[in-house]
Ligand binder design. Sequence first.
Ligand code: NAD
Length: 237
Amino acid sequence: MTEIRNIVILTGAGVSAESGIDTFRSAGGLWEQHRVEDVATPEAFARDPELVLRFYDMRRARIQEVQPNAAHQALARLDAEWKGGLLIITQNVDDLHERAGAGRLLHMHGEHLNAWCLACDGRHRWYGTLLDRPSCPTCGVPGQMRPDIVWFGEMPYRMNEIYAALNRADLFVSIGTSGAVYPAAGFVRDAREQGVRTLELNLEPSQGSHWFDEARHGPASEVVPEWVDELLRQQSG
Ligand code: NAD
């Protein structure tokens, strides 16, 4: 078996579920009582900005009430102790990975705690409301700030870096993601084509489970720390 040096980890909503943040499809296709199409598309924002901004205000407030769980903490420990290459690509828009201490991290779908000014393209850390259509702190233009979230139909961030990391990887691990949202859902196949070993850690078999060399099922707060311990033991052994 090839020695593992470079690891790429993809995380999804399942990693944050035990912190108390709803996953996407936890309630039968509704996301906090809204159809995704009504709140997470550019068309929805153009049609009903108030509804969309109110929804994201609520989500932004919610993530500030919750704490990282044992899965986030284990991944932060891996980041601190793994001597080889590591990139944690998260589809999550919460800040729980970084609050747990992870640094080698990339948010491919944006961040709840960032606001994006459509007038000057600036990004700003944002903890409060966007519903009152604030002015941009940089350019001063009012009413042009939107959540810095990659909506359906928009291009995820930093794809070049992601594919470069997948090309270098020896191991690709997917954690707490349903395998339903592309392009992230396709990373396992991209990895396989490069001959990279693949592992799924999820509560239950995901839509794409059959693409992985190995799958371990259970709550992220249990399976992730177990896997991290195993990997770090191998590194030191
Ligand atoms: P998803 O809701 O489609 O899938 C979640 C997956 O996590 C499922 O496969 C489920 O079985 C698994 N899961 C649920 N509880 C788990 C647990 N305790 N331990 C391990 N696995 C568990 O989410 P997704 O695949 O990330 O895709 C949805 C999109 O929605 C993403 O693009 C993301 O940006 C967005 N989203 C983000 C958050 C967040 O930031 N926390 C929350 C909801 C949705």
